[in-house]
Design a protein around this ligand. Sequence first.
Ligand SMILES: Nc1ncnc2c1ncn2[C@@H]1O[C@H](COP(=O)(O)OP(=O)(O)OP(=O)(O)O)[C@@H](O)[C@H]1O
Ligand SMILES: Cc1ncsc1CCO
Ligand SMILES: [Mg+2]
Length: 270
Amino acid sequence: MISTQRLIDLMRAVREKKPLLHVITNRVAINDSANGALAVGASPIMAEAHEEVETIAAISGALELNIGNLTPYSIQSMLLSGHAANQAGVPVVLDPVGAGATEFRLQTVQKLLDELDIAIIRGNAGEIAALAGEDWGAKGVDAGEGDGDIVAIAERVARKWHTVTAVSGAADTITDGQQTYCIKNGHPLFPYMTGSGCLNGVIQAAYAAVSPNYLEASVAASVNYAIAGQLAGEKCAGPGSFRQQLMDELYLLTEEKIRRYAAFEEVARS
Ligand SMILES: Nc1ncnc2c1ncn2[C@@H]1O[C@H](COP(=O)(O)OP(=O)(O)OP(=O)(O)O)[C@@H](O)[C@H]1O
Ligand SMILES: Cc1ncsc1CCO
Ligand SMILES: [Mg+2]
């Protein structure tokens, strides 16, 4: 069982180590992703030129690959940086945005998962269900409303690709295929901020950079991010101020807030 103290230790470790995060992401979420990374104490660099991605990935604390705006060029950027990260022992986080929306996305994600060693896959339920070959009624990049067992689906994905799988939603499910956690923090305004999942992925990378135990890293990143969102939601009027408050709450997160609000538990294996 992961302790609340561990969530606090990892939050502090990110602030102390200020890991360099190499991020290849979509143009919708790129600015919020960079600002959110800074707010939690990391140093983001958004870079996808083929001439430099291998060099940057190899010296980073973690690499995050987000397929939100895929192009043949960016796929090559992801493969080059991913292989360089793997060779250097740098953890790679993958966000399979809209994986069920087109064959192009699904095949690209499968290629990345087959060729690269991925530490954490982070997506919404529709995206993770698509990877498991399950029908979920996802709508573009939005999760949709499936009626399958998301814990069982996440565990299958984790086992198939030997990776931690983090499914976001009203409750988050994090699993390495053996141990599974359910996280109940969050706020209903989250889905109204585009890129809030993409930023979640970048924060997963920040935590993976400071913890070789990627299950712990993913649970800590997910709980701490969701607590910040919960506190932001309580202070704001709607999606516009939620986005602003979220950046503030990520920066202002404390040990006391984590102790008071963390709501996560281990769930029985399905
Ligand atoms: N209904 C909800 N209630 C509470 N928290 C939520 C809810 N839906 C999502 N979240 C939280 O919002 C964050 C983003 O998750 P979400 O599932 O919306 O990502 P996403 O669909 O990939 O987003 P995007 O593609 O816009 O970046 C997560 O931290 C999750 O815990
Ligand atoms: C809206 C949107 N379209 C491609 S990526 C993205 C950001 C949320 O995933
Ligand atoms: Mg997403």
